[in-house]
Write a protein of this length. Sequence first.
Length: 314
Amino acid sequence: MAKVRAYTNIALIKYWGKSDLNWNLPTSSSIGLTLDRFYTDTSVEIDQFSKKDFFQLNGQQIEGPKISKIINFIRNSCGNKNFVKVISENHVPTSAGLASSASAFAALTKAASQAFGLELDNRELSKIARIGSGSASRSIFGGFSIWHKGQNKDDSFAESILDPVDFDIRVIDILADKRVKKISSSQGMQLAQTSPNYDSWLKKNDRQIDEMLKAISDHDLEKIGLIAETNSASMHELNRTAKVPFDYFTENTREIIAEVDQLYKKGILAFATVDAGPNVKVITNSEYQEKIINVLKEYGEILVQKPGRGVANV
């Protein structure tokens, strides 16, 4: 049996669209920061006597097509036809825009590969994790990582940019809305790709990848925050200009972003980014975190995160 813990990551440069649904290939590269607060623990055990796989999440038996896809991929890779027992505990507000699938599939991939006796490096693990969730490819790594879009299933992988992170950065989560989102990330991506602005957004994303890599290399928190904020705003604008427009933002989302903008105008390093959901994350450092919390605490539960580590056995 193998048991693994993986943490969630925040997308600083987001991917928002797929070029291949079967292999989960993205239309653009992305950059993320793995954090230290939310995680998934997953154990995988080979069961020689079972006639089917068993999946359990948070104490409940589930059916998981994406889980099966990863298990089958690994099973076929090693030629072991035995079934497995998968037990997962998800310590993430599931489907509230906090990237629960990233930690879940990163943990599953490493645990399953170990259970089947495969010794895979992190690049290979990221390719398999990607099949379940694109962002899971980044959660294989600690600190900053980049997921290269690639051209096919073999060259679309993630790799580390900076780990451990050797400068001061914090991410503040404001959990203003813990409800399950009405439009899943996969649905949202398909709709967003109908926006007339989609092609120009892809080109802008490519430029921002290069800009973000330099900002991380320079340890330039302000530049990191400004690029991430602009990238997030552009992604959500695609949703609003799709043929069937939609929006993850709530009134709270907009108010929090406006508050963050005012904080920055007052000289406080505070930058808002929003993934596929209503909850805002604020990029800052330890110097300013308490000032930001004092302004935003009325909107919901506040959680402060630091850079986290990559997948590891527990």
